[in-house]
Design a protein around this ligand. Structure first.
Ligand code: HXC
Length: 514
C-alpha cells in the first residue's frame, strides 16, 4: 500500500475507535446530560493541545463472551496536553464502552500515563466515569486497580493529582480518587459509592437511588469526599483551570507568580468584626480584604463550614488560607473541621505553599457526639499537621483564641513563624463565662446575688485574660497590630520567610493520627 493509502487506513481506524461505544451508547450518554469522554478532555485542555497515547490498545480477556467483544481503546482515553499553558497528563474513562469498567489493559493505560506524569513532574488528572473493576476480568481488574492505588500513593505529595467524577463511579473508581488531592463533582452527574445500588439490593434487599446513596451533594456536603462542587461539567472544568493556575505543578516547584494586584474588596477590614464579641461574621470578607484582587478559591466550601480553607495570592504568590468561620457553629473546631484543615495543611506543606491562619474560635466542640466520633484522634490531626509543616506559617488572631483550639490553630508553640493579634483578641483557656463559673464557683455560690457576683467575676476575667497583651508580654504573640496593617505585615512576613529552612529529625516517616 502507498503511504497515502496507509494514512487513509489509519484515519479510518482511528475514527472507528474514537466513536467509543458507538452512536447508540453516545446518544444514551448525552441523554443523561453527560459529555463524552473525548469531548470532556477537549473542553478541559487548551485548544489543540491534546495528544493521545495507546489508542490501539485492546483487551485480552477470553471469558464470559469477552473474546468477541471489541472495546474501543479498552474504555479509556489517555494522553498529554496543557491547561492554561501548563503541561499535564490526563485520562478519561468512557462510560459508553462497557460502563467505563476497568480491565487490566484499561488499567495499564492509566498506570502508564501516571508513571509519565510522575517522571515528568506534571499534574495528573483523572476523569472517572466507571462502574469499577470489570466483573468479567476478575483478578486482572483487581490487579489493575491495585497498581493504580500504588501509583496514587507514590505520586502523593510529588505531583498534584486531580480526580473528576463525571458519572456513576463504583469500587476502585472511587478509591483511586480518594487517594488523590482534589475531587471534583457535578450536580446530577457525579455519583460515588463503594457498592452500587443494584448490588445493595441483591445483597441487603434495600432499594436506594444512586443519587441518595452517593450523589454530588452527598459528597460535597456530608462526607467531604468531594472538594469542589459544580452545577455543570463546563463550570467544573473552569474550577479545575483556576486550581491548576494556583498550585505548583510538582513538589520541586513553586506556584507560578503573577503580577500582584491590590485587594478590590470595598469592605473596610476594621468594620467586618462586629462590636459584640458574640456576633458572627463571614471570615471570607476578611480573606477578600487581604488577598490580591480579593480573589480566593475555596476548597471544601460546602463541607465542615466552620472552617474555611483555600488558595489566594499575596503579592502575586499563592498562599494557603486556613480560617475559622464564626458564621457557622461559631467557628468551633470539630472532627470534620480538623480533618479538613489537617489535610489541607499537609497539601500546602508538601507543595511549598506558605500558610496563613486566621483565628477566631471558641475551642473544640464539647459533647458526647464529638467525643464518640473520635474528636481526640481527629483534633490531633491538626496539631500534627501544623507541627510537621515546614513552609512559612503565619497566624493572625482576629478575636477568640480559646483552649486547645488556640494551640491547634498554628500557635507559636506548634512552630508558627509569625504570631500577630488584633487588639480585640481574647486568648485564654476558655471563654470568660465558663472560666468564671469554675474558678470563682465558691464566691458565686456564697454571694447574696449569684448573678451579680457572676457578672463581676466574668468582667474581672475578661479584663485580666481576654486580651492579647498577656500572651504578648510572654512573647507568644510577636505583635499586636491594627487590622488595617494586616496585609502589609503579611507581605513583609512572607518576604522575610522566603528562604526559610526548618529542621526536622531524620525519620522514615511519622505516624500521624489518621
Ligand atoms: C462490567 C459493567 C460494570 C462492571 C457497569 N457495567 N459496571 N460491566 N463490570 N463493573 C456495564 C453494565 O453491564 C452495562 O452494560 C453498562 O456498563 C452500563 O451500566 P448500567 O448498569 O446500565 O448503568 P447504570 O444503571 O447507570 O449503573 C451504573 C452502575 C452499575 C451504578 C455503575 O452498573 C453498577 O452498579 N455496576 C457495578 C458496580 C460495582 O459493584 N463494581 C465493582 C466494584 S469492585 P450494557 O452492556 O448493558 O450496556 C471494585 C474493586 C476495586 O471496583 C477495589 C476496591 C478497593
Amino acid at each position: 500500500m502507498s503511504l497515502k493509502k496507509n494514512i487513509l487506513a489509519l484515519r479510518q481506524k482511528k475514527a472507528i475507535i474514537e466513536k467509543g461505544g458507538g452512536d447508540k451508547a453516545i446518544e444514551k450518554q448525552v441523554a443523561m446530560g453527560k459529555m463524552t469522554a473525548r469531548d470532556r478532555i477537549l473542553a478541559l485542555l487548551d485548544v489543540d493541545s491534546f495528544h493521545e497515547y495507546d489508542l490501539f490498545v485492546e483487551h485480552e480477556e477470553r471469558n464470559f463472551g469477552m473474546e468477541s467483544k471489541e472495546l474501543a481503546g479498552d474504555g479509556v482515553i489517555t494522553g498529554t496536553g496543557s491547561i492554561c499553558g501548563a503541561p499535564i497528563c490526563i485520562y478519561a474513562q468512557d462510560f459508553t464502552v462497557m460502563g467505563g469498567s476497568l480491565g487490566l489493559k484499561h488499567a495499564r493505560k492509566i498506570t502508564k500515563i501516571m508513571d509519565h506524569a510522575l517522571r515528568m513532574k506534571v499534574p495528573c488528572i483523572g476523569i472517572n466515569d466507571s462502574g469499577g473493576a470489570r466483573i468479567q476480568e476478575g483478578i486482572g481488574a483487581l490487579a489493575g486497580y491495585g497498581e493504580i492505588f500504588y501509583r496514587n500513593t507514590m505520586a502523593s505529595g510529588v505531583i498534584p493529582q486531580i480526580s473528576v467524577i463525571l458519572g456513576p463511579c463504583a469500587g476502585g473508581a472511587v478509591y483511586s480518587p480518594a487517594l488523590t488531592d482534589f475531587v471534583f463533582v457535578v450536580e446530577n452527574i457525579s455519583k460515588m459509592f463503594i457498592t452500587g445500588p443494584n448490588v445493595i439490593e441483591t445483597v441487603l434487599g434495600e432499594k436506594i437511588s444512586q443519587e441518595d446513596l452517593g450523589g454530588a451533594r452527598v459528597h460535597a456536603e456530608i462526607t467531604g469526599n468531594a472538594h469542589f462542587f459544580a452545577l455543570s461539567e463546563m463550570e467544573c472544568f473552569e474550577q479545575i483551570k483556576e486550581l491548576i493556575s494556583l498550585i505548583p505543578h510538582s513538589n520541586l516547584q513553586k506556584a507560578v507568580r503573577i503580577e500582584p494586584k491590590k485587594p478590590k474588596s470595598k469592605k473596610n477590614i476594621e468594620n467586618i468584626i462586629p462590636a459584640d464579641p458574640k456576633q458572627p461574621y463571614d471570615v471570607r470578607d476578611i480573606i477578600h480584604a487581604l488577598t490580591d484582587d480579593s480573589k480566593f478559591l475555596e476548597v471544601h466550601e460546602l463541607w465542615a463550614a466552620n472552617i474555611v480553607i483555600g488558595f489566594g495570592r499575596l503579592n502575586g504568590e499563592t498562599i494557603g488560607f486556613v480560617a475559622n468561620q464564626p458564621m457557622y457553629l461559631a467557628g468551633v473546631l470539630d472532627c470534620d473541621a480538623s480533618d479538613k484543615a489537617a489535610r489541607f495543611i499537609r497539601y500546602c506543606d508538601a507543595f511549598n505553599i506558605p500558610i496563613v491562619t486566621l483565628e477566631d474560635m471558641p475551642g473544640y466542640l464539647p459533647g458526647v457526639d464529638q467525643e464518640h466520633a473520635g474528636v481526640i484522634r481527629h483534633g490531633a490531626k491538626m496539631l500534627y499537621a501544623y507541627s510537621e509543616a515546614t513552609v512559612p506559617k503565619i497566624t493572625v488572631i482576629l478575636r477568640k483564641a480559646y483552649g486547645g483550639g488556640y494551640i491547634a490553630m498554628n500557635s507559636r508553640h506548634l512552630g508558627a513563624d509569625f504570631m500577630l493579634a488584633w487588639p480585640g483578641a481574647e486568648i485564654a483557656v476558655m471563654g470568660p463565662e465558663g472560666a468564671a463559673n469554675i474558678i470563682f464557683r465558691k464566691e458565686i455560690m456564697e454571694a447574696e446575688d449569684e448573678d451579680v457576683m457572676r457578672q463581676q467575676k466574668v468582667k474581672e476575667y475578661i479584663e485580666k485574660f481576654a486580651n492579647p497583651f498577656v500572651a504578648a508580654s510572654k512573647g507568644y504573640i510577636d505583635a499586636v497590630i491594627e487590622p488595617s496593617e494586616t496585609r502589609e505585615l503579611l507581605l513583609h512576613a512572607l518576604e522575610v520567610s522566603k528562604n526559610k529552612d526548618d529542621y526536622r529529625p531524620a525519620k522514615k516517616h511519622g505516624i500521624p493520627p489518621f
